[in-house]
Write a protein that binds this ligand. Structure first.
Ligand code: UDP
Ligand code: MG
Length: 342
């Protein structure tokens, strides 16, 4: 008997995924690979059903590729997609999702900040009938107060302004069912904010809380400037709110300009001023100039995005693979024809 859940869907319980895919983007994680291997082998020995691991090497310049290729030759469950260069975390995840063939796919970072044990709970929610089970961070250890605060603020702002359905305090650590993945794979936008895209897809979604631990070794690949640009992509790739905001701002400044204009005319007619209002002029001039430039800038951001998208380039290119056969078209960025699922 299907049972109801807090969302508006009717949950349909289902069996354990016969094949589970773990998608792991790796970028300069040479110190992490042995630990990752240990943790994932431990996880695979605990989980029922088959598991495949898709390691996406996102243009690492250290010994990561050698190590994961060696791992793949020893273990046929491990598949490696070696991208032609560094494409960034979101695109690396996309590549892994494109080539995953499981009934359920889990996105997980290589640095073990997201503990693989949580996947067991995700699978049991999947079996209850949920299509997306995202990890929700209860705590974030080993991160600066600045990162914690900006992350806190980011999710609240995004939720209230842009993505109404975006769950708070979640990263990309999540389980996605085949249904949902089929929809997600069709979304080929250049500027990618995966967690927003997963929220957009819909289906029954639920979170499982977990403690986010500190990165074991190595350092974050998300310095401040990358975080800011990621936040900007999140805000602009999903909504035209910044454009509306610039219109509103323009309207307010116009009102201010009108008020100043009326005042200037009245002053002229009634001879209010003996000395011309230089300060007023300068203020009005600067405010209007600044607002115009900002609005044009925001407009430009969108034109730039249209330009990027209109080139219709592949999202990534695959240079080499281990333990996974792909066609030349797929390697050249056309993975959508692929339907090698269990
Ligand atoms: N990563 C990637 N490409 C990049 C940057 C990062 O594939 O350009 C991978 C990285 O190896 C890790 C995951 O994405 O597995 C998350 O990166 P990181 O831990 O540095 O981010 P943070 O947890 O600090 O936000
Ligand atoms: Mg990390």
């Amino acid at each position: 008997m299907p049972r109801r859940n807090p969302s508006f869907h009717l949950l349909q319980p289902r069996p354990h995924p016969s094949l589970l895919s773990l998608v792991v983007p790796v970028y300069n994680e040479e110190a992490m690979v042995p630990l990752l291997r240990q943790a994932l082998e431990q996880f695979m020995s605990e989980v029922a059903g088959d598991t495949e691991i898709i390691l996406v090497n996102d243009g690492s310049s250290d010994s990561t590729l050698e190590q994961i290729a060696a791992w793949a030759t020893e273990d046929p469950r491990v598949k490696v997609l070696h991208l032609s260069r560094n494409f960034g975390h979101q695109v690396a995840c996309t590549a892994g999702l494109d080539f995953a063939s499981g009934d359920a796919v889990v996105l997980i970072d290589a640095d073990l900040q997201d503990p693989p044990q949580v996947i067991h709970e995700m699978i049991s929610r999947y079996r209850d009938g949920y299509d997306v089970v995202y990890g929700q961070r209860r705590t974030r250890q080993g991160e600066t107060w600045f990162k914690r605060f900006t992350a806190w603020l980011f999710y609240r702002l995004m939720r209230s302004l842009v993505h109404k359905d975006l769950p708070v305090d979640t990263g990309d650590f999540r389980l996605i069912s085949r249904n949902c993945l089929d929809g997600l794979r069709k979304m080929r936008e250049t500027h990618r904010f995966l967690r927003g895209m997963v929220a957009w897809v819909g289906y029954p979604q639920i979170g499982v809380p977990y403690e986010r631990s500190a990165r074991l070794v190595g350092e974050t690949k998300y310095p401040l400037h990358k975080m800011l640009s990621f936040a900007w992509t999140a805000a602009t790739s999903f909504s035209t709110l910044p454009l509306h905001a610039s219109t509103t701002l323009g309207f307010l400044v116009t009102l201010f300009g009108l008020e100043e204009g009326v005042r200037a005319v009245l002053a002229h007619v009634f001879h209010w001023y003996v000395v011309p209002g230089w300060t007023t002029l300068m203020v009005a001039f600067s405010v209007i100039g600044g607002t115009l430039l900002t609005s044009i800038g925001i407009l430009g951001e969108y034109v730039g995005k249209l330009y990027e998208q209109s080139k219709d380039r592949p999202l990534y290119l695959v240079a080499r693979t281990f333990n996974i056969g792909i066609t030349r078209d797929e390697a050249a960025g056309e993975p959508l024809s692929r339907s090698e699922y269990r």
